[in-house]
Design a binder for this molecule. Structure first.
Ligand code: ADE
Ligand code: ZN
Ligand code: ZN
Length: 300
């Protein structure tokens, strides 16, 4: 009796641990983009972020960057579900805001790029303190930081018919999963295990080294945004659907087993997208919280 009781509790514990780990895996891409962004914030932006972060974040933006994923299935936050992605008509490898940015009920602007414009506009009303605001700017900061990560995940700008790869069942090595999950989690997870001693911080440091060494001449191109709105999500979404067509969907037919060939050829794409997401999140926050007029920022 005691033995079987223990094994039941044991099994529940293992299951719980597994659920917690599955949950934590989803956080890694967002943790990486926000950590990279934190290292690139201007003094003004870092000060504003510090004021706006919830207390439980302990001053660390990266620790709360997955919050929108954690609440999106909760009844009160259901409306935020469509804000995590934007899909194009099937097999169309380009993105157009007017054509694509709507939810399944056809309501315009309810998509990831629309959400980035909206939360950028809200954060522009920040006047130096979190109190007496029309908008909840803590929420706006967490949503904006998360959605800038999402728009860089190629399959968050995928095809309507397969829900950005969610309905394409594949095997990742021996595990049954779907193509969307491969790009959200599996490639990053396998990279951590294979190359980074299972340590996310080591992986982030390697990406940061790439940014300052190999990609340093690309940074100003990545950051470039002269929009009066101070956010430029449309080119990021266009890049994503092109990458989705060229790398994510390619050779990933339903039922296929994806392993070394796919992993090793797609990992550089994932690492570059995490870097771009981080650099552009910092650039966007630096523009939003800059005390200088836009003309001076874009000339700098
Ligand atoms: N649901 C429908 N399309 C999606 C996408 N591209 N990404 C995430 N969830 C989705
Ligand atoms: Zn998301
Ligand atoms: Zn996703």
């Amino acid at each position: 009796m005691v033995g079987s009781g223990f094994s039941f509790i044991g099994r529940v514990l293992v299951l719980l641990q597994l659920l917690i780990r599955i949950h934590a895996w989803g956080k890694e891409g967002h943790h990486a983009t926000c950590k990279i962004a934190e290292g690139l914030l201007s003094e003004d932006a870092a000060a504003a972020v510090k004021v706006l972060l919830p207390k439980y974040a302990n001053g660390d933006l990266a620790s709360v960057c997955s919050w929108p994923d954690e609440i999106k299935h909760n009844y009160h936050w259901r409306w935020s579900g469509p804000l995590h992605y934007v899909d194009t008509p099937d097999f169309r490898c380009n993105y157009e805001y007017c054509r694509d940015c709507h939810d399944t009920a056809g309501r315009k602007d309810r998509c990831v790029t629309g959400a980035i414009y909206n939360y950028t506009m809200q954060l522009m009303t920040y006047k130096g303190s979190a109190s007496e605001q029309k908008y909840n700017l803590t929420e706006a900061l967490l949503f904006l930081s998360h959605f800038l990560g999402d728009v860089h995940q190629p399959l968050h700008v995928g095809f309507l018919g397969d829900e950005g790869g969610n309905t394409i069942t594949v095997r990742w090595y021996r595990r049954k999963t779907n193509l969307h999950h491969v790009w959200d989690n599996m490639i990053i997870e396998s990279a951590m295990k294979t190359f980074y001693n299972s340590d996310l911080e080591v992986m982030i440091q390697a990406i940061q080294r790439n940014i300052t060494e190999d990609w340093s001449s690309d940074i100003s191109l990545w950051e470039n945004c002269s929009s009066a709105s101070r956010a430029c999500p449309d080119p990021y979404a266009s890049e994503s659907i092109r990458l989705a067509c060229k790398y994510a969907y390619r050779n990933a037919t339903p039922g296929i087993t994806l392993s070394d060939d796919y992993f090793l050829s797609r990992l550089p794409v994932v690492e570059r997208r995490l870097a771009q997401g981080g650099v552009r999140l910092a650039g966007t926050l630096n523009r939003i919280f800059s005390t200088k007029p836009l003309t001076l920022i874009s000339a700098a």
